[in-house]
Design a protein around this ligand. Structure first.
Ligand code: ZN
Length: 491
């Protein structure tokens, strides 16, 4: 029985990167959206005609070209002063006006699927986009496209296999200890998150919620005033007000790096799926929060000085009860008891007990799934983790169970059939699915106004932040030169 081809997944397989803690020379992130235009100028052949006439015509031509170029330049120059927003012709970072040093405010709107911004009027998000730099077709999350693995990838620049948070819940195979979203023991959280890097560089950081921010790591002690302990019931307005309050501190006290987190529209997305009016309302509310933030920063005269990076962690896709795969349907080929399963859906993760060969489990499962006798079986492909597509970067950690199943978009895996209604929304799927994409907007002195860039993976954001703050970061899976290419150079 052969493994079914992975036609459901990536539009094209992309070059794999040697994943090490060093920078990779080839940027892995942009290849999902490669639209490289190789425009080489046609070669010209020199002619051996020597006459004064030709010389005269050439001179005339050069004059004409020079004249039209200067007219074009003048047009660009003057038009840039008459329209807003303008396609950026900036070449260097804008100087700070009020702040003494750069400040980065990293905002996450959980589950903000790319495209939600078109569902309703979002004047404030639009303002950031128009006057900043946007990933035109969205930000690519890391695999698995889940909240904790992605938030921690954003702040460490590492894929989950390297930063250790390989799922929202998992078991340590050595100690048997369980990780969950309330686990704050440092040993789970590998890598160096931005708040730690910032403090390492002698600057202050402040976190208004972010997965991992409450974990004491190195010099980061989660200080009382600058590290909010997670409490989902704090109104969004209060979060924005607290962050704004940091800008009222004496200038030496203002944290150089801040995070701000909103649970929406993920919360609604799970409940009703991505296409319900509830999502529209949640998106409009997030936009209001961004408006409140902009207003507060403007009032303090620092809006143009602050670097705002607004992202989501992943997208969302609708799920419904017809798109189910039941493991008990495989019993004719192999019995998979519940206690082998570490997570069902959308990431199926199986750790069979000692003595059961993972490769044997994979081949028996695939035999059943591809037999045509298992409902929706062809929408699940099971791998030994080392055989997963390399672009997922999901194998090196021992925390990752040996067997991983990938399901087609919108499908779910369950132990056995039930009468439960399953319609809602989910994420966690292959990060090649467009529905899993989220937003990236950069606004501030080093982000060109009105610039659109191709999609890239969120592991690039770490280097972007250290670059804006001009601090030394830890090694990571991003590419420093790529992050710099999204920024305007400082004078
Ligand atoms: Zn999330």
């Amino acid at each position: 029985m052969g493994t079914a081809s992975l036609s459901i997944l990536a539009p094209s397989s992309k070059p794999t990167t040697p994943v090490s803690s060093e920078e990779v020379p080839l940027n892995p992130s942009t290849s999902l959206l490669s639209s490289s235009s190789n425009s080489t100028s046609p070669s010209t052949h020199p002619h051996k005609i020597t006459s004064t006439t030709i010389l005269f015509i050439s001179l005339l031509l050069i004059t004409c070209i020079a004249l039209s170029a200067s007219i074009a330049f003048a047009f660009l120059f003057f038009s840039s002063h008459t329209h807003t927003p303008t396609p950026s012709i900036e070449t260097v970072a804008r100087p700070l006006v009020k702040l003494r040093k750069p400040v980065v405010l990293l905002i996450s709107s959980d589950g903000f699927r790319f495209g939600y911004q078109f569902k309703t009027a979002t004047p404030n998000i639009d303002r950031l986009i128009a006057n900043g730099t946007e990933a035109e077709r969205g930000l690519i999350p890391v695999f698995p496209t889940l909240t904790f693995p992605n938030h921690y990838a954003i702040v460490t620049g590492l894929y989950p296999a390297y930063h250790g948070i390989i799922n929202n819940y998992f078991l340590d195979p050595v100690t048997g200890e369980g990780f969950n979203m309330q686990s704050h023991e440092p040993h789970w959280w590998l890598g160096e998150p931005l708040w730690e890097t910032v403090v390492n560089n002698g600057l202050k950081a402040a976190t208004y919620f972010w997965p991992g921010s409450e974990v004491k790591k190195g010099p980061w002690t989660c200080p009382y005033n600058f590290c909010q302990h997670y409490n989902g019931s704090v109104p969004f307005e209060e979060r924005v007000d607290t962050v704004l309050g940091y800008f009222d501190l004496p200038s030496d006290e203002i944290p150089a790096f801040m995070t701000l987190y909103f649970e929406d529209p993920d919360h609604q997305g799970h409940k009703v799926g991505p296409d319900d009016p509830e999502i529209t309302d949640a998106v409009a509310n997030i936009d209001r929060m961004i408006g409140k933030l902009i207003q507060g920063l403007e009032k303090r005269g620092v809006f143009e000085d602050v670097t705002i990076i607004m992202v989501g962690d992943h997208g969302m896709v609708g799920t419904c009860d017809k798109k189910l795969i039941f493991l008990e349907d495989l019993v004719q080929w192999i019995d998979i008891p519940k206690d082998w399963i570490q997570s069902y859906s959308p990431l199926l993760a199986i750790r069979p007990p000692v003595g059961v060969l993972p490769s044997d489990v994979v081949s028996k499962m695939m035999e059943g799934l591809s037999s045509g006798k298992v409902q929706n079986g062809k929408n699940l492909i099971v791998y030994l983790k080392e055989d997963l597509p390399a672009r997922l970067h999901y194998s090196v950690s021992e925390r990752i169970p040996p067997i991983i199943g990938l399901v087609q978009e919108g499908f779910k895996v369950e132990q056995k059939g039930s009468k439960r209604k399953e319609c809602g929304g989910a994420h966690g799927y292959d990060n090649a699915f467009f529905s899993m994409r989220t937003i990236f907007i950069g606004h501030g002195p080093q982000f060109a106004r009105g610039r659109k860039v191709p999609s890239f993976e969120n592991v690039q954001i770490y280097n972007m932040v250290t670059s804006v703050l001009e601090i030394q970061g830890a090694s990571n899976n991003g590419t420093a030169s790529f992050a710099k290419s999204l920024l305007l150079p400082s004078l």
